[in-house]
Design a protein around this ligand. Structure first.
Ligand SMILES: [Mg+2]
Length: 190
């Protein structure tokens, strides 16, 4: 599906958030205090997180590109050391993509974008590697060069990461390094 040369050429992986890094669900409520501050929670997949760390170890830039303002998204990005986060309603995804690729000096053909819904179509049409999780809208799947077997929030991002890093021939070394680092830190690898 992706050749070794193609995989080695990918320099930036952009990830939609809702429905790609999550199951598309959003828990909305209020804290049970007199002030009752509003809260919004999302559920992220831990295996996706490790996949993102592996991309970073391989020298591939990672960005979260969402059109929904969310503290949960910002917190998850910070936890994973993802430096590029767009989660503002006022910045269309296409503008975010243009800003990011010109700031990083990465041509669009070296960008992969994983997205599940109609809002992603404008960006998916522009990048070299449009990718759809299993739950993506039919219109998104029709555009995608890579269709994943797993759903957003259930390992779709990890599946894509492994696809790229196995195709590039780097996966086994990255795993060996990860395990060695985990052993050196005294924390059992699990
Ligand atoms: Mg989405």
């Amino acid at each position: 599906m992706i050749s070794q040369d193609q995989a080695r050429n990918i320099a930036l992986v952009c990830l939609d958030v809702d429905g790609t890094l999550t199951d598309n669900g959003v828990y909305i409520g209020r804290v049970a205090t007199p002030e009752g501050a509003a809260v919004e929670l999302k559920r992220f997949d831990i295996a996706d997180g490790l996949g993102i760390k592996m991309l970073q170890r391989a020298g591939i830039e990672v960005a979260f590109v969402s059109a929904r303002e969310s503290v949960a998204t910002a917190m998850r990005a910070e936890e994973l050391g993802v430096k590029y986060v767009y989660n503002s309603r006022s910045i269309p995804k296409v503008v975010a993509l243009q800003e990011l690729t010109s700031a990083l000096g990465i041509p669009l053909e070296q960008v992969a974008f994983v997205g599940d819904d109609l809002a992603d179509i404008p960006v998916l049409k522009r990048v070299g590697w449009p990718v759809a999780p299993a739950n993506a809208a039919p219109e998104v799947k029709a555009l995608a060069k890579v269709q994943l077997a797993r759903r957003g929030g259930d390992g779709a991002v990890r599946e894509f990461v492994e696809l790229v890093l196995r195709a590039s021939g780097e996966w086994d070394n990255l795993v060996a390094q990860y395990v060695a680092d985990a052993e050196a830190s005294g924390v059992p690898a699990s």
